[in-house]
Design a protein around this ligand. Structure first.
Ligand code: G6P
Length: 607
């Protein structure tokens, strides 16, 4: 986790450092800090809490200089205090770090035995002390940095300032992402290219083991083997609009409203819906022969995978396992030779998903990834990359990335069904036509927020809420519960509706709202029975169904949301929209921090 940024511009770096940090707050916001070389001296300022605290501290105590580094933190080692905030400084050396130094305890003991005095509880602080020690031995700045890096086990993206190096900034990457930004007469580094959007759209991405030295005129990169290399410079295409709120009160609301466009764009990127076949990148293996598909992801992305299981099994008849990445890699699953493993990740940087990908690769699975950031590590380590076209997602609670994932997975499942001969042309055409209608249907749901406002008013006072669904609505119930707990801090759980009576129904009382997905599919009658079971126990039931479904349920529910009539195949893509809006409206009523909920970070780069 954590976000880092660095600037060398020969003039004043503080404004650019803060602009970069603002874009990186999604990676953590427990504390932040900057260090600059001002009048040849290293100076730093840090503050606990959101970036606004650091901005206030800098107004009271301005520092600035021609080269600087900055950090926004999601605490791993050590509480979120000012002392544990980065940059960490030892003598003439300041360091910002994203990642985890696994051997920090051994290094710290060794350094303390040599007389180094530590201030923080962090793993990071060993890095400036190591460099300082090597500088004291007479090594050049380059050699001291290289030698220190050679001592580190674990993952890092580092930005390093050395007093006396007024014109240069050092950067290094192993396991954590790091982008280099290019502008006229200035160079930048940051945890991702989007953070540099206010300054430049020209970036390159360091590879694992790279060490870079930046000055105003450019960057020298040395790879793991000590060779001078150049990394390809690309245009990110991020605009100020992409990273702004476009008049919405929160990023999350803006991103919810972008979903019709995201689904349209995703369909168009795969050849549109007219031809009867989608264009899929060459999978480098024949999906018709795949004996088994393992889908692996974390959080919201794993729920997209769970929906996809219903789709792949139904239309392509492929046996599918879905795992959360943090469990998959440790359970020593016997993977079927020749199987395919599909990794879903908005950021493409989630540490557990990446580790699971490497595990599957070692076991000779075909590696497909579905990512929203094509330059990400997961994308780079995959055999085949399917990009989601959601654009930058900044709200910590994922919304438009989820619908983009679902759209792409639906396309892939239909394609697989056609390739495997399990989906006839007529059914394929019907599914494709249903998919093509979803953008307008989502627009319709977004147009009238009153039913959701009513539901939110009733749910906001609750201490606990249940979400239930059957079939492919079950993972949507899980996602609805996750959205509510993430941003409103109301305890919420999702269950398969048929499973309630095996335990969870004991939680139901008059105080417990139950949000029920009741699509009019072949399980409608069964879902209605489950809903009546909770009504009989006094629960307030809120239902999502189409107009006819809501009419049937009218006597039992306290509120309802009309989900447009659709083929059950695409129902999950529609049902999730009101659940996102519900979580949003409840959070706004409760006054929580919608875009940056407590304790969370958008991109989880630690295991
Ligand atoms: C974090 C975010 C979630 C996200 C999950 C997986 O926990 O807060 O919103 O679903 O990571 O992220 P990924 O980038 O791999 O999809």
């Amino acid at each position: 986790m954590c976000g880092i940024v660095g600037v060398v511009n020969g003039a004043k770096s503080a404004e650019h450092l803060l602009a970069g940090l603002k874009q990186l707050e999604y990676r953590g916001y427990d504390s932040s800090g900057i260090a600059v070389i001002e009048d040849r001296s290293l100076r730093s300022e840090k503050a606990v809490g959101k970036l606004g605290q650091l901005v206030g501290a800098l107004e009271a105590n301005p520092i600035d200089g021609p080269v600087g580094i900055a950090h926004t933190r999601w605490a791993t080692h050590g509480a979120p205090t000012a002392t544990n905030a980065h940059p960490h400084i030892a003598g003439d050396v300041a360091v910002v770090h994203n990642g985890i130094i696994e051997n920090f305890k051994d290094l710290r003991s060794e350094l303390e035995a040599d007389g180094h005095q530590f201030r923080s509880e962090t793993d990071t602080e060993v890095v400036p002390h190591l460099i300082r020690g090597y500088l004291a031995e007479g090594l050049s700045a380059e050699a001291a940095v290289q030698k220190a890096l050679g001592r580190l086990d674990g993952a890092y993206a580092l930005g390093i300032l050395i007093q006396g190096e007024q014109e240069r900034l050092f950067a290094a990457r192993r396991g954590s992402p790091l982008a280099i930004g290019y502008a006229d007469d200035a160079m930048f580094m940051a945890s991702d290219g989007m953070a540099l959007a206010p300054m430049t759209d020209r970036v390159s991405y360091l590879e694992d083991g790279d060490v870079a030295i930046l000055d105003r005129g450019g960057v020298d990169v040395v790879d793991e083997g000590g060779r001078s290399v150049s990394r390809r410079v690309v245009t990110t295409g991020f605009s100020a609009e992409d990273i702004g709120k476009a008049g919405y009160r929160h990023y999350m609301l803006k991103e919810i409203h972008e979903q019709p466009a995201v689904v349209r764009q995703t369909l168009a990127a795969h050849g549109g819906t007219q031809a009867g076949h989608f264009k899929i990148p060459d999978l480098s293996f024949d999906i018709a022969d795949v004996p088994r598909l393992s889908i692996i992801a974390c959080g919201t992305s794993s729920y997209a995978g769970q929906v996809a299981r219903y789709w792949f099994e139904d239309v392509a008849r492929i046996p599918v396992d879905v795992d959360i990445a943090s469990e998959f890699r440790y359970r020593n699953s016997p993977l079927t030779p020749g199987g395919a493993a599909l990794f879903i990740s908005q950021s493409g940087e989630t540490a557990d998903t990446l580790a699971a990908l490497r595990f599957a690769k070692e076991r000779e699975q075909h590696i497909i990834s579905l990512v929203n950031v094509p330059e990400s590590t997961i994308a780079r380590e995959s055999d085949v990359v399917l990009q989601t076209y959601a654009g930058p997602e900044i709200g910590v609670a994922s919304t438009k990335a989820f619908t983009a994932q679902l759209t792409t997975l639906a396309i892939l499942a239909i394609h697989a069904g056609q390739q495997r001969g399990t989906l006839d042309n007529e059914r394929a055409a019907a599914l494709i036509a249903s998919l093509s209608r979803t953008p307008q249907q989502i627009e319709k749901m977004l147009a009238d927020r009153k039913p959701i406002a009513k539901m939110a008013k009733l749910i906001a006072p609750a201490r606990s809420a249940l979400f239930i669904g059957r079939g492919s609505s079950f993972p949507i119930a899980l996602e609805g519960a996750l959205k509510l707990k993430e941003i409103s801090y109301i305890h919420a759980e999702g269950f398969g509706a048929g499973e309630l009576k095996h335990g969870p129904i004991a939680l139901v009382d008059e105080e417990t709202p139950v949000v029920a997905m009741v699509p009019r599919d072949e399980l409608f009658e069964k879902s209605v029975s489950n809903l009546q079971e909770v009504c009989a126990r006094g629960a307030q039931v809120h239902a999502l169904s189409d107009a006819d479904g809501l009419d049937c349920l009218a006597g039992d529910i306290v509120s309802g949301f009309d989900v447009p009539d659709c083929d059950p195949f695409v129902a999950p893509m529609l049902q999730v929209i009101p659940l996102q809006l519900l979580a949003y409206e409840v959070a706004v009523r409760k006054g929580t921090d919608v875009d940056q909920p407590r304790n969370l970070a958008k991109s989880v780069t630690v295991e």
